[in-house]
Design a protein around this ligand. Structure first.
Ligand code: GLA
Length: 387
């Protein structure tokens, strides 16, 4: 892919000297949905699919951005405020500006992006662009941030420049993931641990419903506000900082005081999901696959009934996949409101699962499902010759 990117870069910019190629993955989340902005735990891994970025330093302060997936090119001067218009390029420009601010130097770049991720499917296509661009910019500025620092900067870039109110799940998964491991991240302290995944007889697979949502949309922001409200209510009753600090025991002892039904439901999801993540982190092996499946199922029910982020298509997929022999559990993956589900299946049933689900789903609702392996890959990196 590195060679291919250099070829495309040459087509776009007419040179290949000193061009480097970077890869920034997409992410999936085994458990811990909508916990990052509530200070809870998440358990993601990185995908093999993601964003390739070919980049070279310029001798001026101009940022020249092209994408193989988007028609419009974009040129901005880093010493001037970014134009007000919205657009995909803001993720790129925002990341470059954020890293330049860290380095106190405006470094012009020529950038060509190519994504192998479906856009807006809940697999972090935008965070993959932001974190990949941040990594590439840090490389040319000879900053050597830790993966956690890079994740924090990437999140800031996405919040401030693209207006996406995302949390730490996506940038940490993309910046810090390691092959063969899931990442257990505490989104309050930002401490993380690598959990080895010993699943050989079982595999995770992502099923894309073909329906889309965007994170800047109202429902995501609304959930964040509802949780902030629930936190304010619970803080009057319990000694907590974050909503996810509430233990299930504490929650049930005060829940009857929560007169606001919506706040109760959102808090109930957050409290239960956080406890599930911690158990799931100890269940990533063949012997405990059925326990993990029960946790995934409970997570889905909670996302559907208490967090209310499911859709008819996602429900159809969940119900359908569960009837396929070899499928242990399926749950919404990512924010919900469309996008993908994640299934835990017997590895030997992989091909059959894809055949059956594609056919049944198309017949039932007319949409084509797509399937992506949820393998635990490496985080953002510079590609070497031959990669
Ligand atoms: C989106 C956001 C993340 C996280 C998930 C839900 O992917 O970008 O920060 O909140 O939704 O877990």
């Amino acid at each position: 892919m590195r060679k291919q990117m250099l070829f495309w870069f040459n087509e776009a910019f007419g040179y290949t000297d000193a061009v480097q190629v970077f890869f920034s993955p997409g992410r999936f989340n085994i458990l811990g949905e909508h916990l990052d902005y509530n200070g809870g735990h998440v358990l993601p891994g990185a995908m093999e699919l993601g964003t390739y970025i070919a980049a070279a330093a310029r001798s001026d302060t101009l940022l020249n951005i092209r994408s193989r997936q988007m028609q419009d090119a974009c040129m901005v001067d880093l010493t001037k405020p970014l134009p007000a218009e919205k657009g995909w390029w803001r993720y790129v420009a925002g990341a470059v500006v954020t890293i330049c601010q860290q380095a106190r130097k405006f470094q012009g770049l020529d950038l060509l992006l190519h994504s192998t991720l479906p856009i807006g499917a809940g697999l972090s296509s935008s965070a993959s662009v932001t974190a990949g661009t941040a990594y590439a910019t840090a490389y040319f500025l000879q900053l050597h941030p830790s993966c956690a620092e890079l994740a924090v900067w990437s999140k800031r870039a996405e919040n401030e420049f693209a207006g996406v109110p995302c949390g730490y799940l996506d940038p940490f998964a993309i910046c810090c993931a390691r092959r063969g491991y899931a990442l257990l991240l505490n989104c309050s302290s930002l401490h993380y641990r690598y959990i080895p995944v010993h699943m050989h007889a079982y595999a995770f697979i992502i099923v894309d419903s073909g329906t889309r949502r965007t994170l800047a949309e109202a429902p995501f922001k609304q959930r964040a506000e509802e949780c902030a409200h629930a936190k304010r209510m619970l803080r009057r009753l319990l000694p907590i900082e974050e909503l996810a600090d509430v233990t299930p025991h504490q929650f049930y002892s005060v829940a009857h005081w929560m007169v606001d039904e919506v706040a109760y439901r959102r808090a109930r999801h957050v409290v239960g999901e956080n406890a599930r993540v911690l158990t799931a982190a100890e269940s990533l092996n063949d012997a405990t696959a059925h326990r993990l499946a029960r946790l995934m199922h409970a997570s889905h029910v909670s996302l559907r009934d208490y967090y209310e982020v499911s859709t008819p298509q996602l429900e159809l997929l969940v119900a359908m996949t569960r009837t396929v022999p070899g499928c242990l559990a399926t749950r919404i993956s990512g924010a919900g409101f469309g996008g993908c589900v994640l299934s835990l299946i017997r590895r030997s049933a992989y091909a059959h699962f894809i055949d059956v689900v594609s056919e049944k789903y198309r017949k039932a609702c007319g949409f084509d499902a797509a399937f992506y392996p949820a393998d635990f890959s490496d985080g953002v990196r510079l590609l070497t010759a031959g990669e």
